[in-house]
Design a protein around this ligand. Sequence first.
Ligand code: 13P
Length: 254
Amino acid sequence: MRKPMVAGNWKMNGDIVTNEHLFTAIRGGLERASIAQVDVVVCPPYPYLGQAAAWLNDTGVVLGAQNLCSQPNGAFTGEVSATMLSDLGCGWVIIGHSERRTILGEDDELVARKVEIALAEGLGVIVCVGESLQERDAGVTEAVLGRQVDAFCALAGGAAAERFVVAYEPVWAIGTGKTASPEMAQAAHAFIRARLASGGVGHAADIRILYGGSVKANNASSLFGMPDIDGGLIGGASLVADDFLNICRAAQAA
Ligand code: 13P
């Protein structure tokens, strides 16, 4: 039985004052939300991890980061290490988000190195994969997903299932309001799970695969109802407490 997860990826949004409003609303809503069967993760920008830890530490919500450095420490100006994330109370880190792959040039090899260092530190990883619109239109979605999954299969095989999460985020659905249909997302998730299994991940059936890309309170239930969709990685809707909590409720009900 895979425990559903809903992770909020705030991206580069928020400030001390608006965060405080959001944390207050999330805290207030959590008490009424009855989402005990869902792993809820919030991933604010680095500078606000400490603020988030203080607001959320007794709520059961786990803190996550949006990225980390592939190196353990040293002369890497502007980077943040896995150890620092642990130190700040992070339990999770998002790795290989498409915005980092496409805008910041991260490739499969770098993604794998980041996964390796995060796991070695004891962090849980949420590793993102997904095809662009051009790739989908060209009929190479499975080739792209296969290549991305193959790059971290060995690491997934060696990690505990509870700490290794894959997020399928079709690039064309991110921030566009265009959600993959539940059937389309399910097909991709089933492919990813099968690829993990054929790549030697013995516990592929226990690894959670989240869907991300314009998940909203009004489409979460239909997505989370699919057999291989184990929750969501939420961008825009994670910045609105009621929407985020309603998505968590949908995961609980699925
Ligand atoms: P949106 O939910 O805003 O489409 O963003 C999805 C995403 O990229 C989460 O990582």
